[in-house]
Design a protein around this ligand. Sequence first.
Ligand code: PEP
Length: 266
Amino acid sequence: MRKRWLIGNWKMHGNLAANKALVDGIRERLPVLSESIDMVLCPALPYVSQMAGLVADTGIMLGAQNASDHLKGAYTGETSPMMLKELGCGFVIIGHSERRSYQGETDGLMGRKALAAIDSGLIPVICVGETAEERDSGRTHEVLGRQLDAAFGYIRTAHDEIIVAYEPRWAIGTGIAATPEIVQAEHAFLRARIAQRDADFAQRLTLLYGGSLKASNAESVFSMPDVDGGLIGSAALNADEFVAIYKALDNVVNKSAKDSAKKGQA
Ligand code: PEP
């Protein structure tokens, strides 16, 4: 069975006191993490060092929200993935729709960033997703396929540690999550697309859903067979919600373990 993941994208929120309160809040509600579910928190860049201290020895892992496609050099204002690794990050979100929209990031840049992240020892969380207009005009698969191919054109599937997040742009920050059926259909499409390159890898690939997930809709989405967890934005800023989403994922994992055990006995 694939491992499950819950990743919190804190976006451009937080400060020293609020970050500590949020990590403390998560730990109070969830003193012990499930062995089957990894938790990653992605704070704003200036707080990565503070967060490395806060999550030390907790089992919670650290990610960044962006990194350069270069490892070093004259790139004023950029952050090397090697620097993030040195500060304690294990992950980096690549190609988030907000960076595509506001920073004009392209598919090619996303691929180069993913490669630089892997070369630095980080696991890239590669975001793909269609706009409402692309979905309405029947171009969802064309867009998802193009974005995925662009990223995997730079990286090789032989790298086991790659996470892909399906984040429909119309669902991010809007309060309108994709239905479980839509999520499953698009995850199955993404897995099949990767299978054309490497069938074994496609079965191992972690596929997360992101877009207005909250405690009330998480379990139905996590119950879908091709969903391996979630990338959570606004709800990750609230310890109650975030932990409730984690527990929803834990319920799904436990149910599926029970179902497999029953099948084994039958
Ligand atoms: C995100 O920013 O990756 C995200 C999923 O945001 P939200 O959960 O707020 O829609």
